[in-house]
Design a protein around this ligand. Structure first.
Ligand SMILES: [Ca+2]
Ligand SMILES: [Ca+2]
Ligand SMILES: [Ca+2]
Ligand SMILES: [Ca+2]
Length: 256
């Protein structure tokens, strides 16, 4: 056999092996997410108005889901924290209504990019393609921290704290029983998202599955947050995995 012929065969074997390995890797990542807490989310015929008021027709048609899984901190009382939430969608995005009871709303760091998780904030986890997998310093999924002043923070690639205010529009209304309503519209982006680039949002449709979890960071007077309460049970000792592992998110399925 001539040398060029041997080289061709060796090269073909290498390419085919590499292809196989890449496929195996991709299938491993794709299989990483096992759907759990699978819930249907109904479409809103009329998109809710983001005004912190729950009087939109869809909110009376959707049931509350509990926000009651202690991910960090000591046991707490109902006055210290209790929470529940509702979800809906339109092709333009996900809509969230969260009712949070918190005895003290606390915003110690004025700079939105400094220790944002130690201030009271609502954390919205979304994985647009429900792939699961690691997302700590990439956009395989987002962990939007919505602060009391409406700033939205997540880590960009390279571990860069970044404002994503255009991704989550929110309005909070607080009543005198220490209960606040957080109404939010979340625009979805997938893992092709480029910071500083031009990005197309994901247009949502019925049948689509999305990785989703919600959490609240409660701090009332401490240097660091006192509690972190999530919407999904996290197996194992370390419950604070949502900001790293999209596999722990629940799964929502959009319905008409
Ligand atoms: Ca509203
Ligand atoms: Ca509290
Ligand atoms: Ca993903
Ligand atoms: Ca608090």
């Amino acid at each position: 056999m001539k040398l060029p012929c041997i080289l061709f065969i060796v090269l073909s074997i290498c390419i085919s092996c590499k292809h196989e390995i890449t496929e195996q890797k991709e299938s491993l990542i794709a299989d990483n997410k096992v759907d759990h807490q699978l819930r249907e989310v109904p479409k809103a015929t009329i998109a809710p108005s983001i005004d912190g008021e729950a009087n939109d027709p869809i909110w009376s048609a959707v049931s509350w889901q509990p926000l009651d899984q202690r991910w960090l901190g000591e046991a707490y009382t109902k006055d210290d924290f209790s929470g529940r939430y509702k979800l809906s969608w339109t092709p333009e995005g996900l809509y969230l209504l969260a009712e949070i009871t918190d005895d003290k709303l606390y915003d110690q760091n004025e700079d939105p990019l400094k220790l944002w998780w130690d201030d009271d904030c609502l954390e919205i986890f979304v994985d647009a393609d429900n792939s699961g997998g690691e997302h700590q310093f990439n956009h395989n999924a987002f962990a939007y921290h919505v602060a009391l002043d409406g700033n939205v923070v997540d880590l960009a690639p390279g571990n860069v704290p970044t404002l994503y205010n255009s991704h989550v529009q929110s309005k909070i209304s607080v009543n005198d029983q220490n209960t606040s309503l957080w109404e939010c519209k979340i625009t979805l982006y997938d893992d092709t998202y480029k910071d500083g680039g031009v990005n197309d949002q994901k247009i949502l449709s019925a049948g689509q599955k999305i990785g989703f979890a919600l959490a609240y960071c409660d701090n009332d007077a401490s240097k660091t947050r006192e509690n972190f309460i999530g919407s999904v049970p996290v197996p194992g000792e370390d419950k604070n995995r949502g900001w790293i592992d999209a596999g722990i998110f629940g799964t929502i399925q959009l319905t008409e």
